[in-house]
Design a protein. Sequence first.
Length: 358
Amino acid sequence: MNLTAPCYQCGEKAAVEGLCAACYEKAHPLIEVKSPLTLHSCKRCDAVKVPGGWKPITCEPLSPSNLLQQQVRILLDHEVRRFFKEADIEFTEEKKLDRVLHIAVSTSGQSHESIPSHTERYPVEVRMKYGTCDTCSMMSGGYHEAVLQIRADGRQVSESEEEEIMTIITEMTVADYGKDAKAYVSETTRTKHGIDLKIGSEHLCRQVADELESIYLAQRKENYKLIGQDRGGKKKYRITVLIRLQRFTLNDFVRVDGAPCQVQSMGKSGLGCYDLQARQSFTINMKSSKWRTLEFISPESTKRQFMVVTRVYGQPVQLMDSKTFEMFEIDDESLFQDKIEGETIFGIVLDDRVHPLP
Ligand SMILES: [Zn+2]
Ligand SMILES: [Zn+2]
């Protein structure tokens, strides 16, 4: 016979450690939350103050009530103490006054594996307080540790490059939200020379510069400028990072080690080129010895269209420029196999010779 002693607190049938389920749950709650709580948010960007800093709203709020829900969620993530890791916290809005919100915080789970799941519900008063977060106050004061300048070698930064670069910068800035209060761009200026950005944090600026340098195989220069000194007499500097994009872009013509090539790809893995004479692709990176031999020939727009006039086996192929009607001859082998008379090809002319493009 198995005799169980009654709950030593209330006399009901005991379930765990000499307590009935209800008394055990009371002694071992799933969560704990204090009331009232203060929801301190930024009036400019809606970030929520949490211990150690400000937490930004990263999901675009759908409505004012959705924003408030996101803010309360951030607050509860920091204020609710969980005694069980897996406790899923929910809350419902009970009543909303001007600066006070009444919510019910609830969770369900088992306090002990031998008793069934139960639900706990706590009324919480949330008091709203508004201020300006660190990021917004530094940003509005124009504070910036770094200037990033984007230029291109011997040409203007193209519109598509500009768009791509701004997307990269935005993504990297957003990724740092909540981790670095200075992760912002306080000013963007576009001139005919390129783009200038004032960036709150030097760290973010360097990260962006690293990324652009490797994606565009760009040149990079850094310099520090003395901007003053703090009260303690310590000199303060501001860094300027210059990223200079290459003279060439995708599909432009360059010479590598003397050989005319077309740029096929640019990225972290290097510069992908197609050798127009050897008719094969290869990749070089900024560390390869051939990199120093890299020269710009002409932009993609210098390519010309030709018509194959005659093609007889074993004889030079006659090509005619589709616009100027100028005639050229090339070796049969240098033409791509599938082209027949009457068809057109693209090529560039270097030293009076046509180099067909792939
Ligand atoms: Zn009991
Ligand atoms: Zn703010």
